[in-house]
Design a protein around this ligand. Sequence first.
Ligand SMILES: [Fe+2]
Length: 444
Amino acid sequence: MDKATTYPDCRGLPVTIASAEAAAALDATIAGYQGMRADTGDRLKEALTLDPDCPLTLTLRGYFMLLFAQAALAAKAKESLAAAEAAAAKRGVTERERRHIAALRAWCAGDSEAALAQWEAILAEHPRDALALRLAHYWHFYIGDPLKLRDSMARVLRGWDGSVPGYGFVLGCQAFALEESGDYEAAERAGRDAVEINARDAWAVHAVAHVLEMQDRTQEGIAWLNRYIPGLAGCHNFRFHTTWHRCLFYLEQDEGAFVVDLYDREVWPESAPDYLDICNAASLLWRLEEAGVDVGNRWAELAKQSATRTGEHLLVFADTHFALALGAVDPAGADAFIASARRSAAATGTQARVMGEIGAELCAAVVDYRRGAYGRVVDALLPRRALLRNIGGSHAQRDLFEKMLILAALADGRKAIAAELVADRGRRRPNNTWNRRLAARLAA
Ligand SMILES: [Fe+2]
Protein backbone atom coordinates (compact mmCIF):
# COMPACT_ATOMS: atom_id res chain seq x y z
CA MET A 1 0.00 0.00 0.00
CA ASP A 2 1.01 3.63 -0.37
CA LYS A 3 2.51 5.23 2.68
CA ALA A 4 -0.21 6.67 4.92
CA THR A 5 -3.18 5.52 2.81
CA THR A 6 -6.30 6.00 4.89
CA TYR A 7 -9.86 4.76 4.65
CA PRO A 8 -12.71 6.03 6.81
CA ASP A 9 -14.13 3.82 9.54
CA CYS A 10 -17.92 3.43 9.82
CA ARG A 11 -18.09 6.66 11.83
CA GLY A 12 -15.99 8.66 9.37
CA LEU A 13 -12.65 8.61 11.24
CA PRO A 14 -9.62 8.03 9.00
CA VAL A 15 -7.73 4.78 9.58
CA THR A 16 -4.27 4.06 8.15
CA ILE A 17 -5.11 0.74 6.56
CA ALA A 18 -4.57 -1.16 3.32
CA SER A 19 -8.13 -1.32 1.95
CA ALA A 20 -11.76 -0.46 2.53
CA GLU A 21 -12.35 -4.17 3.09
CA ALA A 22 -9.76 -4.27 5.89
CA ALA A 23 -11.27 -1.10 7.40
CA ALA A 24 -14.69 -2.82 7.41
CA ALA A 25 -13.17 -5.86 9.14
CA LEU A 26 -11.66 -3.56 11.79
CA ASP A 27 -15.09 -1.92 12.24
CA ALA A 28 -16.61 -5.37 12.73
CA THR A 29 -13.96 -6.20 15.36
CA ILE A 30 -14.69 -3.01 17.28
CA ALA A 31 -18.43 -3.70 17.02
CA GLY A 32 -17.75 -7.18 18.42
CA TYR A 33 -15.86 -5.61 21.33
CA GLN A 34 -18.68 -3.14 22.00
CA GLY A 35 -21.28 -5.90 21.81
CA MET A 36 -19.14 -8.31 23.91
CA ARG A 37 -19.52 -10.94 21.20
CA ALA A 38 -17.88 -14.34 21.45
CA ASP A 39 -16.62 -14.14 17.86
CA THR A 40 -14.66 -10.89 18.37
CA GLY A 41 -11.33 -12.78 18.23
CA ASP A 42 -12.28 -14.29 14.85
CA ARG A 43 -13.13 -10.84 13.54
CA LEU A 44 -9.76 -9.55 14.68
CA LYS A 45 -8.01 -12.40 12.88
CA GLU A 46 -9.91 -11.54 9.72
CA ALA A 47 -8.90 -7.87 9.98
CA LEU A 48 -5.26 -8.89 10.46
CA THR A 49 -5.44 -11.30 7.52
CA LEU A 50 -6.70 -8.49 5.29
CA ASP A 51 -3.99 -6.12 6.53
CA PRO A 52 -1.33 -7.68 8.80
CA ASP A 53 0.48 -4.33 9.17
CA CYS A 54 -2.36 -2.02 10.12
CA PRO A 55 -1.07 -0.03 13.12
CA LEU A 56 -4.51 0.40 14.68
CA THR A 57 -5.52 -3.27 14.29
CA LEU A 58 -2.21 -4.33 15.86
CA THR A 59 -2.81 -1.88 18.69
CA LEU A 60 -6.29 -3.31 19.16
CA ARG A 61 -4.80 -6.80 19.41
CA GLY A 62 -2.55 -5.49 22.20
CA TYR A 63 -5.53 -3.93 24.00
CA PHE A 64 -7.45 -7.21 23.79
CA MET A 65 -4.51 -9.11 25.31
CA LEU A 66 -4.30 -6.68 28.22
CA LEU A 67 -8.03 -6.82 28.89
CA PHE A 68 -7.53 -10.40 30.11
CA ALA A 69 -5.33 -9.06 32.97
CA GLN A 70 -3.19 -12.20 32.79
CA ALA A 71 0.64 -12.19 32.72
CA ALA A 72 1.08 -14.57 29.76
CA LEU A 73 -1.23 -12.44 27.61
CA ALA A 74 0.32 -9.19 28.84
CA ALA A 75 3.60 -10.47 27.34
CA LYS A 76 1.80 -10.97 24.03
CA ALA A 77 0.45 -7.42 24.26
CA LYS A 78 4.02 -6.17 24.28
CA GLU A 79 4.65 -8.08 21.05
CA SER A 80 1.59 -6.38 19.53
CA LEU A 81 2.88 -3.01 20.72
CA ALA A 82 6.24 -3.61 19.03
CA ALA A 83 4.47 -4.66 15.82
CA ALA A 84 2.20 -1.58 15.92
CA GLU A 85 5.19 0.71 16.50
CA ALA A 86 7.09 -0.86 13.59
CA ALA A 87 4.04 -0.59 11.31
CA ALA A 88 3.53 3.03 12.31
CA ALA A 89 7.17 3.84 11.58
CA LYS A 90 6.85 2.21 8.17
CA ARG A 91 3.54 3.71 7.10
CA GLY A 92 3.07 6.80 9.19
CA VAL A 93 -0.09 7.23 11.27
CA THR A 94 -2.63 9.89 12.14
CA GLU A 95 -2.38 11.75 15.45
CA ARG A 96 -5.32 9.70 16.75
CA GLU A 97 -3.55 6.44 15.92
CA ARG A 98 -0.30 7.72 17.41
CA ARG A 99 -2.16 8.34 20.67
CA HIS A 100 -3.67 4.84 20.61
CA ILE A 101 -0.20 3.35 20.30
CA ALA A 102 0.98 5.61 23.15
CA ALA A 103 -1.98 4.43 25.26
CA LEU A 104 -1.07 0.80 24.63
CA ARG A 105 2.56 1.57 25.54
CA ALA A 106 1.46 3.18 28.81
CA TRP A 107 -0.90 0.32 29.64
CA CYS A 108 1.82 -2.27 28.91
CA ALA A 109 3.98 -0.38 31.42
CA GLY A 110 1.18 -0.56 34.01
CA ASP A 111 0.35 3.14 33.80
CA SER A 112 -3.38 3.05 33.16
CA GLU A 113 -3.73 6.71 34.13
CA ALA A 114 -1.37 7.72 31.31
CA ALA A 115 -3.34 5.45 28.96
CA LEU A 116 -6.54 7.15 30.10
CA ALA A 117 -5.03 10.56 29.40
CA GLN A 118 -4.34 9.45 25.81
CA TRP A 119 -7.88 8.13 25.28
CA GLU A 120 -9.42 11.25 26.77
CA ALA A 121 -7.21 13.41 24.50
CA ILE A 122 -8.42 11.37 21.51
CA LEU A 123 -12.05 11.78 22.60
CA ALA A 124 -11.69 15.54 23.00
CA GLU A 125 -10.90 15.69 19.29
CA HIS A 126 -12.86 12.65 18.13
CA PRO A 127 -15.82 11.87 20.41
CA ARG A 128 -16.83 9.14 17.95
CA ASP A 129 -13.72 7.07 18.56
CA ALA A 130 -15.65 4.06 19.87
CA LEU A 131 -12.48 2.25 20.89
CA ALA A 132 -11.05 5.09 22.99
CA LEU A 133 -14.51 5.57 24.48
CA ARG A 134 -14.93 1.97 25.58
CA LEU A 135 -11.38 1.64 26.91
CA ALA A 136 -11.66 4.88 28.87
CA HIS A 137 -14.93 3.48 30.27
CA TYR A 138 -13.12 0.29 31.29
CA TRP A 139 -10.27 2.03 33.12
CA HIS A 140 -12.36 4.72 34.80
CA PHE A 141 -14.35 1.76 36.13
CA TYR A 142 -11.32 -0.15 37.41
CA ILE A 143 -9.73 2.97 38.85
CA GLY A 144 -12.93 3.27 40.84
CA ASP A 145 -13.83 6.84 39.98
CA PRO A 146 -17.56 7.01 39.19
CA LEU A 147 -17.56 10.75 38.56
CA LYS A 148 -14.79 10.49 35.98
CA LEU A 149 -16.68 7.54 34.51
CA ARG A 150 -19.81 9.66 34.24
CA ASP A 151 -18.11 12.82 32.98
CA SER A 152 -16.07 10.97 30.38
CA MET A 153 -19.31 9.69 28.87
CA ALA A 154 -21.08 13.04 29.21
CA ARG A 155 -18.32 14.72 27.18
CA VAL A 156 -18.45 12.33 24.22
CA LEU A 157 -22.21 12.22 23.81
CA ARG A 158 -22.10 15.44 21.78
CA GLY A 159 -20.65 13.37 18.93
CA TRP A 160 -23.40 10.75 18.92
CA ASP A 161 -27.01 10.38 17.90
CA GLY A 162 -29.19 7.64 16.46
CA SER A 163 -27.66 8.07 13.00
CA VAL A 164 -24.14 7.07 14.16
CA PRO A 165 -23.36 3.33 14.03
CA GLY A 166 -22.96 1.94 17.54
CA TYR A 167 -24.99 4.68 19.23
CA GLY A 168 -26.85 2.14 21.36
CA PHE A 169 -23.58 0.83 22.80
CA VAL A 170 -22.69 4.37 23.86
CA LEU A 171 -26.08 4.72 25.58
CA GLY A 172 -25.34 1.46 27.40
CA CYS A 173 -22.04 2.87 28.66
CA GLN A 174 -23.76 6.07 29.66
CA ALA A 175 -26.37 4.05 31.58
CA PHE A 176 -23.70 2.19 33.52
CA ALA A 177 -21.72 5.38 34.25
CA LEU A 178 -24.86 7.11 35.53
CA GLU A 179 -25.75 4.11 37.68
CA GLU A 180 -22.31 3.96 39.30
CA SER A 181 -22.47 7.71 40.00
CA GLY A 182 -25.87 7.25 41.68
CA ASP A 183 -28.20 8.81 39.11
CA TYR A 184 -30.46 5.76 38.91
CA GLU A 185 -33.36 7.37 37.10
CA ALA A 186 -31.30 8.71 34.20
CA ALA A 187 -29.29 5.48 34.15
CA GLU A 188 -32.38 3.34 33.78
CA ARG A 189 -33.72 5.55 31.01
CA ALA A 190 -30.48 5.40 29.01
CA GLY A 191 -30.15 1.66 29.58
CA ARG A 192 -33.68 0.88 28.50
CA ASP A 193 -33.22 3.07 25.39
CA ALA A 194 -30.07 1.12 24.53
CA VAL A 195 -31.82 -2.22 24.97
CA GLU A 196 -34.68 -0.93 22.83
CA ILE A 197 -32.12 -0.33 20.05
CA ASN A 198 -30.42 -3.69 20.56
CA ALA A 199 -31.82 -6.32 22.93
CA ARG A 200 -28.49 -8.18 22.69
CA ASP A 201 -26.46 -5.29 24.06
CA ALA A 202 -25.09 -7.15 27.09
CA TRP A 203 -23.56 -4.08 28.73
CA ALA A 204 -26.84 -2.14 28.53
CA VAL A 205 -28.90 -5.09 29.81
CA HIS A 206 -26.38 -5.31 32.64
CA ALA A 207 -26.50 -1.55 33.39
CA VAL A 208 -30.26 -1.72 33.97
CA ALA A 209 -29.74 -4.80 36.19
CA HIS A 210 -27.35 -2.69 38.29
CA VAL A 211 -30.01 -0.02 38.76
CA LEU A 212 -32.52 -2.66 39.85
CA GLU A 213 -29.93 -4.18 42.21
CA MET A 214 -29.02 -0.87 43.84
CA GLN A 215 -32.69 -0.01 44.29
CA ASP A 216 -33.50 -3.54 45.53
CA ARG A 217 -36.22 -3.97 42.93
CA THR A 218 -35.67 -7.71 43.19
CA GLN A 219 -38.71 -8.99 41.31
CA GLU A 220 -38.15 -6.55 38.47
CA GLY A 221 -34.49 -7.54 38.36
CA ILE A 222 -35.35 -11.21 38.00
CA ALA A 223 -37.94 -10.47 35.31
CA TRP A 224 -35.55 -8.18 33.43
CA LEU A 225 -32.68 -10.67 33.35
CA ASN A 226 -34.90 -13.67 32.65
CA ARG A 227 -36.18 -11.78 29.64
CA TYR A 228 -32.85 -10.65 28.19
CA ILE A 229 -30.22 -13.20 29.22
CA PRO A 230 -31.44 -15.83 26.70
CA GLY A 231 -30.64 -13.30 23.92
CA LEU A 232 -27.02 -13.05 25.12
CA ALA A 233 -26.09 -16.54 23.92
CA GLY A 234 -23.67 -15.11 21.32
CA CYS A 235 -21.99 -13.04 23.99
CA HIS A 236 -18.58 -14.03 25.45
CA ASN A 237 -18.13 -14.99 29.09
CA PHE A 238 -19.60 -11.67 30.23
CA ARG A 239 -22.94 -13.46 30.07
CA PHE A 240 -21.83 -15.36 33.20
CA HIS A 241 -21.61 -12.02 34.97
CA THR A 242 -25.18 -11.20 33.96
CA THR A 243 -26.22 -14.49 35.58
CA TRP A 244 -24.20 -13.50 38.65
CA HIS A 245 -26.54 -10.51 38.91
CA ARG A 246 -29.50 -12.81 38.51
CA CYS A 247 -28.14 -14.87 41.41
CA LEU A 248 -27.89 -11.78 43.63
CA PHE A 249 -31.60 -11.17 43.12
CA TYR A 250 -32.47 -14.79 43.92
CA LEU A 251 -30.25 -14.72 47.01
CA GLU A 252 -32.15 -11.68 48.23
CA GLN A 253 -35.20 -13.97 48.03
CA ASP A 254 -33.48 -16.79 49.97
CA GLU A 255 -33.45 -19.11 46.97
CA GLY A 256 -30.01 -20.50 47.78
CA ALA A 257 -30.56 -23.96 46.27
CA PHE A 258 -31.59 -22.45 42.95
CA VAL A 259 -28.57 -20.12 43.04
CA VAL A 260 -26.27 -23.14 43.45
CA ASP A 261 -27.92 -24.67 40.41
CA LEU A 262 -27.42 -21.45 38.43
CA TYR A 263 -23.82 -21.32 39.64
CA ASP A 264 -23.09 -24.73 38.15
CA ARG A 265 -24.88 -24.02 34.89
CA GLU A 266 -24.31 -20.34 34.14
CA VAL A 267 -21.79 -18.75 36.50
CA TRP A 268 -19.02 -21.37 36.64
CA PRO A 269 -20.02 -23.94 34.01
CA GLU A 270 -16.39 -24.94 33.50
CA SER A 271 -13.08 -24.09 35.09
CA ALA A 272 -11.58 -21.09 33.32
CA PRO A 273 -8.71 -18.69 33.94
CA ASP A 274 -10.76 -15.56 33.15
CA TYR A 275 -10.55 -13.16 36.07
CA LEU A 276 -14.15 -12.01 35.83
CA ASP A 277 -15.39 -15.61 35.89
CA ILE A 278 -13.34 -16.24 39.04
CA CYS A 279 -14.57 -12.98 40.62
CA ASN A 280 -18.21 -13.85 39.89
CA ALA A 281 -17.81 -17.35 41.25
CA ALA A 282 -15.82 -16.49 44.40
CA SER A 283 -18.12 -13.62 45.25
CA LEU A 284 -21.16 -15.84 44.84
CA LEU A 285 -19.79 -18.77 46.86
CA TRP A 286 -18.96 -16.37 49.71
CA ARG A 287 -22.48 -14.94 49.64
CA LEU A 288 -24.01 -18.42 49.49
CA GLU A 289 -22.03 -19.58 52.52
CA GLU A 290 -22.91 -16.39 54.34
CA ALA A 291 -26.55 -17.27 53.66
CA GLY A 292 -25.95 -20.69 55.23
CA VAL A 293 -25.82 -22.69 52.00
CA ASP A 294 -23.39 -25.62 51.75
CA VAL A 295 -21.35 -25.09 48.56
CA GLY A 296 -19.55 -28.45 48.73
CA ASN A 297 -16.10 -28.54 47.15
CA ARG A 298 -16.78 -25.72 44.71
CA TRP A 299 -14.04 -23.49 46.13
CA ALA A 300 -11.34 -25.97 45.10
CA GLU A 301 -11.36 -25.16 41.37
CA LEU A 302 -11.43 -21.43 42.05
CA ALA A 303 -8.47 -21.72 44.40
CA LYS A 304 -6.56 -23.77 41.86
CA GLN A 305 -7.05 -21.11 39.20
CA SER A 306 -6.29 -18.32 41.67
CA ALA A 307 -3.01 -19.86 42.82
CA THR A 308 -1.65 -19.48 39.28
CA ARG A 309 -2.04 -15.70 39.66
CA THR A 310 0.43 -15.46 42.54
CA GLY A 311 3.18 -13.11 41.38
CA GLU A 312 1.03 -11.46 38.65
CA HIS A 313 -1.08 -8.75 40.37
CA LEU A 314 -2.30 -6.95 37.26
CA LEU A 315 -5.70 -5.97 38.63
CA VAL A 316 -6.23 -5.43 42.35
CA PHE A 317 -9.98 -5.99 42.10
CA ALA A 318 -9.38 -9.49 40.73
CA ASP A 319 -6.64 -10.15 43.28
CA THR A 320 -9.01 -9.61 46.18
CA HIS A 321 -11.21 -12.39 44.76
CA PHE A 322 -8.25 -14.69 44.15
CA ALA A 323 -7.39 -14.21 47.84
CA LEU A 324 -10.99 -14.99 48.76
CA ALA A 325 -10.84 -18.31 46.90
CA LEU A 326 -7.41 -19.27 48.24
CA GLY A 327 -8.42 -18.35 51.77
CA ALA A 328 -11.35 -20.75 51.57
CA VAL A 329 -9.41 -23.96 50.93
CA ASP A 330 -5.68 -23.34 50.51
CA PRO A 331 -4.18 -21.58 53.57
CA ALA A 332 -0.57 -21.91 52.40
CA GLY A 333 -1.51 -20.68 48.93
CA ALA A 334 -3.35 -17.74 50.50
CA ASP A 335 -0.29 -16.77 52.56
CA ALA A 336 1.95 -16.97 49.50
CA PHE A 337 -0.52 -14.87 47.52
CA ILE A 338 -0.73 -12.17 50.22
CA ALA A 339 3.07 -11.99 50.52
CA SER A 340 3.37 -11.66 46.76
CA ALA A 341 0.61 -9.02 46.66
CA ARG A 342 2.48 -7.00 49.31
CA ARG A 343 5.71 -7.22 47.28
CA SER A 344 3.90 -6.08 44.14
CA ALA A 345 3.03 -2.78 45.86
CA ALA A 346 6.68 -1.76 45.52
CA ALA A 347 6.44 -1.80 41.71
CA THR A 348 5.50 1.23 39.62
CA GLY A 349 2.09 1.70 38.01
CA THR A 350 -1.49 2.40 38.96
CA GLN A 351 -2.35 -1.03 40.30
CA ALA A 352 0.85 -1.25 42.37
CA ARG A 353 -0.12 2.03 44.02
CA VAL A 354 -3.66 0.77 44.74
CA MET A 355 -2.20 -2.46 46.07
CA GLY A 356 -0.14 -0.41 48.54
CA GLU A 357 -3.04 1.83 49.58
CA ILE A 358 -5.66 -0.86 50.13
CA GLY A 359 -5.29 -3.97 47.95
CA ALA A 360 -2.80 -5.98 50.01
CA GLU A 361 -4.63 -5.20 53.26
CA LEU A 362 -7.90 -6.24 51.66
CA CYS A 363 -6.43 -9.52 50.39
CA ALA A 364 -5.16 -10.23 53.90
CA ALA A 365 -8.49 -9.23 55.44
CA VAL A 366 -10.60 -11.60 53.34
CA VAL A 367 -8.27 -14.44 54.38
CA ASP A 368 -8.39 -13.32 58.04
CA TYR A 369 -12.17 -13.36 57.87
CA ARG A 370 -12.09 -16.96 56.71
CA ARG A 371 -9.74 -17.80 59.58
CA GLY A 372 -12.08 -16.21 62.09
CA ALA A 373 -9.67 -13.36 62.93
CA TYR A 374 -12.56 -10.91 62.90
CA GLY A 375 -10.86 -8.23 64.97
CA ARG A 376 -8.03 -8.03 62.47
CA VAL A 377 -10.54 -7.63 59.63
CA VAL A 378 -12.20 -4.68 61.36
CA ASP A 379 -8.87 -3.09 62.28
CA ALA A 380 -7.62 -3.39 58.71
CA LEU A 381 -10.74 -2.34 56.82
CA LEU A 382 -12.51 0.21 58.98
CA PRO A 383 -9.86 2.92 58.70
CA ARG A 384 -9.50 2.21 54.97
CA ARG A 385 -13.18 2.03 54.14
CA ALA A 386 -13.12 5.16 51.98
CA LEU A 387 -10.28 3.68 49.94
CA LEU A 388 -12.22 0.53 49.02
CA ARG A 389 -13.60 2.07 45.85
CA ASN A 390 -10.05 2.55 44.53
CA ILE A 391 -9.87 -1.15 43.68
CA GLY A 392 -12.53 -0.48 41.04
CA GLY A 393 -15.41 -2.76 40.20
CA SER A 394 -19.02 -1.82 40.82
CA HIS A 395 -20.85 -0.89 43.99
CA ALA A 396 -22.67 -4.22 43.71
CA GLN A 397 -19.40 -6.13 43.51
CA ARG A 398 -17.69 -4.26 46.36
CA ASP A 399 -20.78 -4.74 48.51
CA LEU A 400 -19.23 -8.07 49.49
CA PHE A 401 -16.47 -6.25 51.39
CA GLU A 402 -19.01 -3.98 53.08
CA LYS A 403 -20.97 -7.01 54.21
CA MET A 404 -17.79 -8.72 55.36
CA LEU A 405 -16.80 -5.72 57.48
CA ILE A 406 -20.25 -5.57 59.09
CA LEU A 407 -20.23 -9.29 59.89
CA ALA A 408 -16.66 -9.11 61.21
CA ALA A 409 -17.58 -6.23 63.54
CA LEU A 410 -20.57 -8.19 64.76
CA ALA A 411 -18.58 -11.39 65.27
CA ASP A 412 -15.89 -9.46 67.14
CA GLY A 413 -18.49 -8.04 69.52
CA ARG A 414 -18.09 -4.47 68.24
CA LYS A 415 -21.80 -3.84 67.98
CA ALA A 416 -21.65 -0.05 67.82
CA ILE A 417 -19.42 -0.22 64.75
CA ALA A 418 -21.65 -2.86 63.15
CA ALA A 419 -24.74 -0.74 63.85
CA GLU A 420 -23.13 2.31 62.32
CA LEU A 421 -22.16 0.41 59.17
CA VAL A 422 -25.59 -1.22 58.83
CA ALA A 423 -27.25 2.17 59.20
CA ASP A 424 -25.00 3.62 56.52
CA ARG A 425 -25.72 0.75 54.13
CA GLY A 426 -29.43 1.03 54.96
CA ARG A 427 -29.42 4.71 54.06
CA ARG A 428 -28.23 3.79 50.57
CA ARG A 429 -30.35 0.64 50.28
CA PRO A 430 -33.47 1.16 52.40
CA ASN A 431 -35.29 -1.82 50.88
CA ASN A 432 -32.51 -4.35 51.17
CA THR A 433 -33.63 -7.52 52.96
CA TRP A 434 -30.13 -8.51 54.11
CA ASN A 435 -29.69 -5.10 55.70
CA ARG A 436 -33.06 -5.18 57.42
CA ARG A 437 -32.22 -8.56 58.92
CA LEU A 438 -28.90 -7.30 60.22
CA ALA A 439 -30.56 -4.20 61.66
CA ALA A 440 -33.15 -6.39 63.41
CA ARG A 441 -30.41 -8.68 64.74
CA LEU A 442 -28.53 -5.70 66.13
CA ALA A 443 -31.66 -4.20 67.67
CA ALA A 444 -32.33 -7.53 69.43
FE1 LIG B 1 -22.15 -5.97 37.17
